[in-house]
Design a protein around this ligand. Structure first.
Ligand code: C2E
Ligand code: MG
Ligand code: MG
Length: 544
């Protein structure tokens, strides 16, 4: 029967005296070889009248009343006693984790009290592991950092319990140098195959970049255990393997031989200070979030799968499809691509793996969001490999939405194609003359047929020198240009061009700025059939 809050508050002394609290130990396993790796001590309260009470009911009350340190030291003592009995019997000892509440850590000599108990039973620290929760660090991070350092100096491994329950997970990880992360599947509502699964695998990946082993808690089914193993988290605690057991039963398990006592971080990342990278306040992150454009961290596997682990706000703004960070992180990145664009993107990733340099590609992707109709966007991505692990590659990707530029470019390209076709059909050459700089920019036909460079400075002299304008027409043509410079709105006349003296009708139309000053003149030359007058080269006709 559940006790009232009042009854709980007033019963601790007597319950401790009468040894109503008992520790149960929940075994932890390595799912890849089914070996026992240790256990977690969880307190149980057997009340003589009210029966078994759940820690979820009484722990928060003892935390509230400030009584929890007494209970936790009692539990710690039971754990030490248990380990001592194993040591005395010369049996193998498995590390047992014990819970330390945030309130315990506020007690100035809590760690000293722990140490006194440990020394009384003479238990090596390696058989004990401290579990603190993420929320311990909320608001008082420096203080907890100091305590964790102290525990480390004493030789304890520190586990972060209930990782993923808070919003500040990453924040906490960067300051608290925990040795093991405990990820509780209940925070992901059993969605192991769906969105929750992607978040879980991202956390496991992040933990790997930090070189920190993860124990998955709350694993109830084989599917969940297999899934965790498939994403590289083989350490499991949960009902699938075992409920919390009375110490005698846990002890029986340890007598069996399939045991593995140490937790080895399995994979390492090379070449990257990832702790700094994931640290939300590091310079890298500051740059990631503020100074660069859209950026993402992408995990690419050589089996072709890809996962986005992080994005910054500007990434969402670049896409501007009302997508949320959660959408982007939980969707399959390949879902936006058609086969051809996926091939381009994938081959660029692979090129970047080989070159270890920044590589770029443009790909079209179709984005869909709740409120907008599907839209095809062209994204320019530049990708840089930042870490490798087995056959997985971590990329820093910068993106720019170039859809508008691309569409304008495509329009210009199409109109240029039309112009090219028309100019070929009509045998027209065209160019642009800039009055301020005296630069001439020819069309593709001038370049192709006459060998004119893309920009001609000091126009028209180089073309006169090259013989495109025959010497007897040079002065006349120079005069045309002077008139254009002075603001003549148009010019027209027939000029024989090249040594072959092929007659062309040459026309100019001048463009003026808003103050009426001439800016540019557009020139064209069309082949004509008429025979040229032999004498008067000054065929220029000024129109006003
Ligand atoms: P916790 O430290 O995260 O412990 C894990 C909890 O998950 C335990 O609940 C355990 O019985 C439960 N659990 C384990 N496997 C599964 C599973 O597969 N499915 C589900 N649904 N649950 C699973 P329990 O024993 O009720 O403890 C609840 C919480 O109370 C603990 O969460 C811990 O925060 C706190 N607690 C327990 N013992 C102590 C203690 O001695 N001191 C302090 N300060 N807190 C304690
Ligand atoms: Mg715990
Ligand atoms: Mg937990």
């Amino acid at each position: 029967m559940r006790m009232s809050q009042e009854q709980i508050r007033n019963s601790l002394d007597q319950a401790l005296k009468e040894e109503q609290f008992v520790i149960y130990i929940q075994p932890q396993y390595n799912h890849s070889n089914k070996a026992l790796i240790g256990g977690e001590a969880l307190v149980r309260w057997f009340h003589p009248e009210h029966g078994m009470q759940s820690p979820a009911d009484f722990i928060p009350i003892f935390e509230e009343t400030g009584q929890i340190p007494r209970l936790d030291l009692y539990v710690f003592e039971q754990v030490c006693k248990y380990q001592k009995s194993c040591i005395d019997r010369k049996e193998e000892c498995y590390p047992i984790s014990f819970n330390v509440s945030r309130e315990d850590l506020q007690v100035p000599d809590y760690i000293d009290s722990m140490e006194r108990i440990r020394q009384k039973y003479d238990v090596p620290v390696s058989f004990l592991r401290v579990e603190i929760t993420e929320s311990s660090a909320v608001g008082s991070i420096d203080f907890i950092v100091e305590l964790v350092d102290r525990l480390h100096r004493l030789g304890y491994l520190v586990e972060m319990d209930d990782f993923g329950s808070g919003y500040s997970s990453l924040n906490v990880l960067k300051d608290l140098k925990v040795d093991i992360i405990k990820l509780d599947l209940k925070f992901f509502a059993g969605e192991v195959g769906g969105r929750g699964g992607i978040i879980i695998s991202s956390v496991v990946n992040m933990a790997k970049w930090l070189n920190t082993p993860v124990i998955a808690e709350g694993v109830e089914t084989k599917d969940q255990a297999d899934y965790m193993l498939s994403i590289g988290c083989e350490l499991i605690q949960g009902f699938y393997y075992s409920r919390p057991l009375p110490t005698e039963e846990f002890h029986k398990l340890t007598a069996q031989k399939t045991c593995q006592k140490s937790i080895n971080p399995s994979q390492f990342i090379e070449n990257l200070d990832t702790g700094r990278f994931w640290n939300p306040e590091s310079l890298e992150t500051l740059i990631f979030s503020n100074f660069v454009g859209g950026a993402a961290i992408l995990l690419y596997s050589l089996d072709g799968s890809a996962e986005i682990l992080r994005i910054n706000n500007k990434y969402l703004r670049e896409i501007s499809m009302n997508l949320t960070e959660k959408d982007v992180l939980s969707n399959d990145p390949w879902g936006y691509f058609d086969a051809e664009n996926k091939r381009i993107y994938q081959s660029t990733l692979e090129k970047a793996i080989k070159s270890k340099d920044e590589e770029e590609c443009e790909t079209w992707r179709t984005f869909v969001s709740g409120c907008c109709s599907p839209e095809r966007l062209c994204i320019l991505s530049s990708m840089q490999l930042i870490g490798t692990m087995e056959n997985k590659y971590l990329f820093y990707i910068m993106i720019r939405n170039i859809t508008k530029e691309k569409r304008i470019f495509n329009e210009i390209y199409a109109s240029d194609q039309r112009f090219r076709a028309a100019s070929e059909h009509e045998n027209i050459y065209a160019w642009e003359y800039c009055i301020a700089t005296k630069e001439m920019r020819p069309c593709f036909r001038c370049m192709r047929d006459l060998g004119v460079p893309a920009v001609v400075e000091n126009y028209p002299e180089p073309l006169i020198d090259a013989g495109i304008f025959p010497p007897d027409y040079a002065d006349m043509y120079r005069d045309w240009m002077r008139q254009i410079d002075a603001g003549a709105p148009s010019m027209e006349g027939v000029i024989p061009l090249t040594v072959g003296r092929i007659p062309f009708l040459i026309r100019y139309t001048t463009e003026f700025d808003e103050n009426g000053r001439p800016v540019k003149a557009f020139g064209s030359a069309r082949l004509i059939e008429t025979k040229l007058p032999e004498t008067d080269p000054a065929g220029g006709k000024k129109e006003s």
